[in-house]
Design a protein around this ligand. Structure first.
Ligand SMILES: NC(=O)c1ccc[n+]([C@@H]2O[C@H](COP(=O)([O-])OP(=O)(O)OC[C@H]3O[C@@H](n4cnc5c(N)ncnc54)[C@H](OP(=O)(O)O)[C@@H]3O)[C@@H](O)[C@H]2O)c1
Length: 182
C-alpha cells in the first residue's frame, strides 16, 4: 500500500504516558479530532487510552469522542506492524527505547512508515541505524530519533555555533562542549 493511502497521517504511540499526553493535548488543541489531520492515539491499554482521551477533552474543552484509539504492545511484533501499516507517521513516546522501542523501528523501517521519537539513548540509536538503515532506504521510511527537549537544543546549539564559527573564522570548531544551566 502506498503510504499516502493509509488510514492515518499520524499515530501517537505512548499517549497514556507523561510526555505522550502532552503531545496528545497539543494535537487536540491544534488540530482537533476527525479534522484535516487524520490522527489517532495508541497504547497498550484500550481502557487507559479512553480515560486519558476523555480527560484531555475535558481539559482542552473540545469534543474528543471521534478520536480513534489503537492498541499495540512493544513486545508484540504483530501488533506493532499492524499499527505501522495504518499510518504515514508514528510518533512514539514509549520508552526507555532500548527496552521498548526496537520492534517499532524495525516495523516502520520495513513498512515505509515515517517515525520519530524522544530518545537520547545514543548506543541504541547506533544499533537501530546499523540494523535498519538499509531497509529504511529501500522502503522510503524516514527514521528520526532524538526529537526531545534534551536533544533539540544541543543539536540546534551546535548547528548555530558552527555556522557562526564558519562565518567568522572560515572553519568549524573541532570540538564543542555543551552546558545547560537552569
Ligand atoms: N529526550 C528528551 O528530551 C526526553 C524528554 C522526555 C521524555 N523522554 C523519554 O521519553 C520516554 C517517555 O517518557 P515519559 O516520561 O513520557 O514516560 P512515561 O510517563 O513512563 O510513559 C511511558 C509510556 O510508555 C508506555 N509503555 C510502557 N511499556 C509499554 C509497552 N510494553 N508497550 C506499549 N507501551 C508501553 C506507557 O504505557 P502505560 O500508560 O500503559 O503504562 C506510557 O504510555 C522515556 O524513555 C524518556 O526517557 C525524552
Amino acid at each position: 500500500m502506498d503510504a499516502a493511502d493509509r488510514r492515518f497521517d499520524v499515530v501517537l504511540f505512548g499517549a497514556t504516558g507523561f510526555t505522550g499526553r502532552l503531545v496528545a493535548e497539543y494535537l487536540v488543541e491544534r488540530y482537533g479530532v476527525a479534522g484535516e489531520l487524520r490522527w489517532a492515539m495508541a497504547g497498550r491499554s484500550a481502557e487507559k487510552l479512553a480515560t486519558v482521551r476523555d480527560a484531555i477533552g475535558r481539559s482542552v474543552g473540545k469534543p474528543v469522542d471521534a478520536l480513534p484509539l489503537l492498541t499495540a504492545e512493544s513486545g508484540d511484533d504483530a501488533s506493532l506492524e499492524a499499527l505501522a501499516r495504518q499510518t504515514r507517521v508514528v510518533c512514539t513516546t514509549v520508552g526507555p527505547y532500548a527496552r521498548y522501542g526496537s520492534g517499532l523501528v524495525a516495523a516502520c523501517a520495513t513498512l515505509g512508515t515515517h517515525y520519530c521519537d524522544l530518545t537520547g539513548e545514543v548506543q541504541w540509536m547506533r544499533r537501530m541505524i546499523d540494523s535498519h538503515q538499509q531497509a529504511a532506504r529501500e522502503s522510503g521510511a524516514r527514521i528520526v530519533h532524538a526529537c526531545g527537549f534534551d536533544s533539540v537544543p544541543s543539536d540546534l546549539g551546535v548547528f548555530f555555533l558552527q555556522r557562526e564559527m564558519r562565518a567568522r573564522h572560515g572553519v568549524p570548531c573541532r570540538r564543542v562542549k555543551l552546558r545547560v544551566a537552569g
